[in-house]
Design a protein around this ligand. Structure first.
Ligand SMILES: NC(=O)c1ccc[n+]([C@@H]2O[C@H](COP(=O)([O-])OP(=O)(O)OC[C@H]3O[C@@H](n4cnc5c(N)ncnc54)[C@H](OP(=O)(O)O)[C@@H]3O)[C@@H](O)[C@H]2O)c1
Length: 276
């Protein structure tokens, strides 16, 4: 098991993303992933699939302490009291006593950050989660969150793939020992797979383009990737990336694709992002 150690948390370097997975299909994918060796599952209150994720966890037969489960509180629910309620509701749907990691899904422009970080810490003290973290926090907000938190923030889950330069916020994570959890690690399966440098690296290592992209993530210090697939046959492919290494030149060529600076998840409620 390849783990990223971050401020006391040990996070499996590959996790299963579950956004868009629903109901029985979601439960099946989670069960198959765990039976096949995955030990990290990422969900959120907003995904409307926590019940199915919980069923998949249970059906897999894998012990609770062997799986790292992350869920998130939607940004409209991060006031004191509401955040703790959201976490409890998530646990009821997941049928778990606690999660390993509870994240603020997005920062809010209207709820004071001190209040939501206080509520997140309170959720931890109440035993709803083992660790706490944030998601979609640019570097300045991340630094505020870290300064305001009693318990260590263990990760910032942010969009990261070869088309997006996240060096500024990654630097802020490194400075404080946080894991950098990459969402949309495959760039949602777009043009990235046909990029010459990725196709060439796939040939060099007899791997698929998806494996090259995921290897590029986990070969960077402190990076965890949470790829999603709706296809059970791709689960093993996406996790089978720990027995080869990309050359330094391949790593930097793939990183060079970030000059496109292409962000997938950008909404009216998004914070002011770090400049690339
Ligand atoms: N914190 C946040 O705000 C936030 C935002 C977005 C996502 N997330 C989390 O991050 C997870 C991953 O991000 P994502 O789901 O947006 O995108 P992603 O993992 O980058 O891409 C998923 C897409 O890639 C395809 N794919 C997966 N494995 C493949 C392979 N080996 N070869 C070719 N195509 C492959 C999938 O198609 P098939 O289904 O056909 O395989 C799917 O269309 C989410 O599920 C969610 O858990 C968090």
């Amino acid at each position: 098991m390849h783990l990223v150690e971050a401020n006391g948390a040990h996070i499996p370097a590959i996790g299963l993303g579950t956004w868009t997975l629903k109901d029985e299909h979601c439960a099946d994918i989670v069960e198959t992933a765990l039976r096949g060796g995955y030990r990290h599952v990422d969900t959120a209150a907003m995904y409307d699939n926590e019940k199915a994720v919980g069923s998949g966890l249970k059906r897999s037969g894998v012990g609770r302490d062997e799986v790292f489960v992350t869920t998130k509180v939607w940004y409209t629910d991060i006031a004191d009291g509401k955040l703790q309620r959201s976490a409890k509701d998530s646990l009821a749907r997941l049928a778990l006593d606690d999660v390993d990691l509870l994240l603020i899904h997005w920062p809010s422009s209207s709820i004071p950050i001190a209040e939501s970080i206080g509520a997140l810490n309170d959720a931890r003290l109440r035993g709803l989660t083992r660790h706490i973290g944030v998601s979609n926090f640019p570097s300045s907000l991340l630094e505020q969150a870290i300064a305001l938190s009693d318990a260590p923030i263990v990760c910032n889950q942010i969009e990261f793939h070869p088309y997006l330069n996240q060096s500024k916020v990654h630097g802020a994570c490194d400075k404080a020992g946080l894991a950098k959890v990459s969402y949309c690690p495959l760039g949602r399966g777009g043009g990235l797979f046909g990029e010459e440098v990725i196709v060439q690296a796939a040939k060099n290592h007899s791997r698929t383009p998806g494996q090259i992209i995921l290897r590029w993530h986990v070969q960077q210090h402190g990076v965890v990737a949470i790829p999603r697939t709706t296809k059970p046959e791709r689960l093993a492919e996406n996790a089978d990336i720990f027995d080869f290494e990309l050359e330094a030149s391949e790593m930097s060529e793939i990183s060079g694709l970030s000059r496109r600076n292409e962000r997938i998840c950008d909404f009216a409620f998004s914070p002011q992002w770090d400049a690339a």
